[in-house]
Write a protein that binds this ligand. Structure first.
Ligand code: DOR
Ligand code: ZN
Length: 349
């Protein structure tokens, strides 16, 4: 494939970080993720959070029941870690193949994280178990100390929490989710095969100035918040490098428009309808379409120890209809970067 290629065929991709929500919102957004991906790691920050095997199993059943007819999409469930979570429950859910990983939300870091972990030491016994059984820890990497500037919270998390954690658990598999800084990309690359990172389409396309372009842009607000341009460029370099430690995770996070277009708007970007088209655009711009398959379809399953998907998809630079916002119960969820969905077409190959 020449760097100037305008089409690429790759093995079916997976989304290693998705918020599918529940109820009417799930029913409306799920078909978009299922149309793009064979599998997705499903985040557990529901109300109430997914803290037990029974809750995860019931949530998985609701997702499967809401899939469009004929879809073979497979949700991969996760556990929500709390200060008091039972380590035996974590082990049982993993042994029974109900969940494949556990998510660390520092309490207060983001949407529905109020039941999260207040001090990493509280879950050390759980992390011992996860290290022993090979269960990955998925990390929202931001400190919750509000004296730390919001644009520094990932970097400070790396110094204060992540690096000591990696030292204390030398064999624990860890994914630093939705990385936003050059420093995170570097730490992950140096962290060897047990440390990985997901990178979203939006953090490859926007920087912090984008949030204020011509006025405040609530639909570009997510956490961790987009950083300076130098970080966006470093993330593009990392994602398109082909390095095994970086893999696709959209962090698609739907919120109804009225909750984002508000005096105190919710964090989260809904990108499920345009995710692969957006990644294709970035890889094309970086003359790296030949490395899209590694990022989207190979590195993630290898990290998790799961089989690669059968089947192929094709992405081509060809005009298509721009995706519409998703209507839900009299409101809508606004789609990220509809222009990518209008420029690139996604089809089964
Ligand atoms: O922007 C975000 N939205 N970041 C998160 O960490 C959570 C997510 C959500 O659930 O809405
Ligand atoms: Zn997320």
């Amino acid at each position: 494939m020449s760097p100037a290629s305008t089409a690429v065929t790759i093995r079916r991709p997976d989304d290693w970080h998705a918020h599918l929500r529940d109820g009417a919102v799930m029913a409306a957004v799920l078909p978009h993720t299922a149309a793009q991906f064979a599998r997705a790691i499903v985040m557990p920050n529901l109300k109430p959070p997914v803290t037990t095997v029974a809750l995860a199993s019931a949530y998985r059943d609701r997702i499967l029941a809401a899939l469009p007819a004929g879809s073979d999409f497979r949700p991969l469930m996760t556990a929500y870690l709390t200060d008091s979570i039972d380590k035996a429950e974590i082990e049982r859910g993993f042994a029974d193949h109900v969940w494949v990983a556990a998510k660390l939300y520092p309490a207060g870091a983001t949407t529905n994280s109020q039941h999260g972990v207040t001090d990493i030491r509280h879950i050390y016994p759980v992390l011992e178990v996860m290290q022993r059984i090979g269960m990955p820890l998925l990390v929202h990497g931001e400190v919750t100390d509000h004296t730390v500037d919001i644009f520094d919270r990932e970097q400070v998390f790396i110094e204060r929490i992540l690096l000591p954690l990696l030292k204390d658990f030398p064999a624990l598999k860890v994914v630093l989710e939705h990385i936003t800084t050059a420093e995170a990309a570097e730490v992950v690359r140096e962290g060897g095969p047990r440390l990985g990172a997901t990178i979203t389409p939006h953090h490859l396309m926007i920087n912090r100035s984008s949030l204020f372009e011509g006025g405040i842009r609530p639909h570009l607000y997510c956490l961790p918040i987009a950083k300076r341009e130098r970080h966006r460029l470093a993330l593009r370099k990392a994602a398109t490098s082909g390095a095994a430690c970086y893999f696709l995770g959209t962090d698609t996070a739907p919120h109804l428009a009225h909750t984002k277009e508000a005096a105190c708007g919710c964090a989260g970007i809904f990108n499920a309808p345009t995710a692969m088209q957006a990644y294709a655009q970035v890889f094309h711009e970086e003359a790296a379409l030949d490395r899209l398959e590694a990022f989207a379809s190979l590195n993630g399953p290898r990290f998790y120890g799961l089989p690669l998907n059968e089947g192929k998809i094709r992405l081509a630079l060809a005009a298509a209809e721009a995706p519409q916002d998703v209507e839900i119960e009299g409101d809508r969820v606004v789609v990220f970067a509809p222009e990518c969905g209008a420029a690139w077409t996604l089809s089964a190959a």
